[in-house]
Design a protein around this ligand. Structure first.
Ligand code: FAD
Length: 517
């Protein structure tokens, strides 16, 4: 079954199932007046995520019909942590947005999973305010998925500013990490594009927070891996949506030229509306071991590209986009392309609508679902790497490990970001010091039997970085021990730990992250 069907089935199952098993510690599946589900189907659905690697059974699932339901649950689970309750009583709670984590982060072993999607039934959960002193914004439920936010805001000619590549992710889920895509170099990650949040803390209090009001909670929650509270509303700034997008792919075989051009494009930041500026910069790798997805290109171009890939070690594809309002941008692009060092004749472009561009991964998703390749294990590794070490990383990882070992190319993404667009007060972790750092996403798809081999490659990459003293930081981090987490957070650890004590003193929230549990 595919993810969307699972989510749908999840909602249907949660609202119709009658085959429940009684809990040992509360009567009739009722806890603090809340009806919970613990039938096998519901538990199974809540026990896995997009990674299909970790399977962890919660004790039960709550489909809240109000914010009060979540508050009552959290208060009851806090009570369970007092010494007088049965030792088997659930002691943890995990919000599950879309379950698109890959290592069990949205599960709660023997705890309670909150099926956030059910908040969608509360009425209007995406409210666009086109005019305000702040400028236009949207108040969005934490359970909403980004494609729905986009569709709703486009009805007003408006759009959020910062994106992820894939839009089937929940607002609360991406704000708990960072939310990055090719726009982040000029506008920052999604966590840097939030005015205000409503959060139900680990103590069960519903708190509105912002940079001014309750700032400690606001900064802790953004990038906070679900540790301090459950986001039930986010106020997201909006901007005028462009009509069209010019979407380009430029090919390189020399990493130094590729990265020089990427860095040049992201440095045009402040002058983006002038000639030569673009709104989106990413990049990805093609390797001869394949597989190659060439659906972007015409058939004759596909042949040329296949030949180039076969003859090269690694082909680096710089992907960029220029938003088109009313005036044509072709002249500006011509100037821009003249200054770049891609292989002559290997620049390809498409004109698409803004919606098509932002929702581009939906087409891949549909294809993969048809092939039965969406609901498979995903042993992903996502890293942030300081710019000064990227050349070493390229030869050590892209060429020596991935190419030499013929690791199948799932989707291997690489693009630079500007540190000054991130707010250091937020919990999200990026490498220290350097102004520019790269994101590298190795998005492997595998069979169940291959997971170990892919994890072996991932570990080899991390070991290479350790030995070479490349100070990488994991994005969408996964660690099993607290010392590793302390190392990950570095100088942010003391305040992260302090906020945990303040907002979730019994350590009940998001146990699947394995930071405090
Ligand atoms: P879940 O997996 O449900 O939850 C993730 C964590 O957040 C859990 O700890 C959970 O308890 C917590 N959480 C969930 N909802 C809330 C809430 N409302 N309040 C507080 N905590 C909450 N990321 C990017 O930055 N850029 C990308 O381009 C990108 N592309 C992706 C493409 C795919 C196909 C997939 C599967 C993931 C991608 N991601 C990307 C990663 C994604 O942003 C994270 O995995 C995100 O957490 C997924 O959101 P979710 O709703 O599925 O979260």
């Amino acid at each position: 079954m595919n993810t969307f069907l699972i989510v749908l089935a999840f909602c249907v199952v949660l609202s119709t199932t009658t085959t429940t098993t009684a809990f040992s510690f509360f009567d009739d599946n009722i806890l603090n007046g809340l009806i919970l589900q613990n039938d096998t189907v519901t538990i199974d659905l809540a026990s896995i995520d997009y990674g299909h690697i970790v399977k962890v059974n919660p004790e039960a699932v709550l489909s809240p019909t109000s914010l009060n339901d979540i508050q009552s649950l959290i208060k009851a689970v806090n009570d369970n942590n007092s010494s007088s309750t049965l030792s088997s009583a659930p002691k943890t709670v995990a919000a599950r947005g879309q379950g698109h984590s890959v290592r069990g982060q949205s599960t709660a072993e023997k705890g309670i999973v909150v099926n956030m999607t059910s908040l969608g039934s509360l009425g209007r959960r995406i409210v666009v305010v086109p005019n305000s002193l702040l400028g236009p914004y949207a108040d969005v439920g934490g359970e909403q998925i980004w494609i729905n936010v986009l569709v709703e805001t486009l009805k007003h000619g408006l759009s959020p500013i910062s994106w992820t590549d894939y839009l089937g992710l929940s607002v609360g889920g991406t704000l708990s990490n960072a939310g990055i895509s090719g726009q982040a170099f000029r506008v920052g990650p999604q966590i840097a594009n939030v005015y205000e949040l409503d959060v139900i803390t680990g103590k069960g209090d519903l708190v509105t927070c912002s940079r001014i009001k309750e700032p400690e909670l606001f900064y802790s929650v953004l990038g906070g891996l679900g540790q301090f509270g459950i986001i039930t509303r986010a106020r997201i700034p909006l901007t005028k949506a462009p009509n069209k997008v010019k979407w380009l792919r430029l090919f390189y075989t020399d990493f130094s030229v590729f990265s020089r051009d990427q860095e040049r494009l992201i440095s045009l930041n402040g002058r983006m509306r002038e000639k030569g500026g673009v709104e989106y910069v990413e990049g990805f790798l093609l390797m001869k071991q394949g597989p190659l997805d060439l659906s972007f290109y015409s058939v004759p171009d596909q042949l040329r590209i296949t030949t180039l890939v076969a003859q090269s070690d690694v082909v680096y594809v710089l992907e960029l986009a220029k938003y088109v309002d009313t005036a044509p941008v072709d002249e500006d692009l011509e100037v821009l392309l003249k200054g770049l060092g891609f292989i002559p004749g290997f620049a390809f472009s498409k004109d698409v609508t803004y919606l098509e561009f932002l929702n581009r991964v939906a087409a891949d998703e549909e294809k993969l679902r048809k092939l039965g390749l969406w609901e498979v294990p995903h042993p992903w590794l996502n890293l942030f790497i300081p710019k000064s070490r990227m050349s070493e990383f390229n030869s050590g990882v892209f060429v020596n490990i991935l190419l030499q070992k013929k690791v199948p190319v799932g989707v291997f993404i690489v693009y630079p970001l500007n540190r000054n667009k991130w707010d250091d007060k937020m919990s999200g972790v990026i490498p220290n010091d350097e102004e520019v750092f790269y994101t590298v996403a190795l998005l492997h798809s595998s069979t169940a039997e291959e997971v170990e081999a892919f994890d072996g490659v991932n570990n080899q990459i991390l070991e290479f970085c350790r030995v070479a003293r490349i100070p990488v930081k994991q994005y969408l981090p996964h660690y099993e021990t607290q010392p590793d987490w302390i190392n990950h957070f570095g100088s942010k650890w003391p305040s992260f730990q302090r906020s945990k004590l303040t907002f979730d003193p019994n350590k009940i929230l998001a146990p699947g992250q394995k930071i405090f549990n």
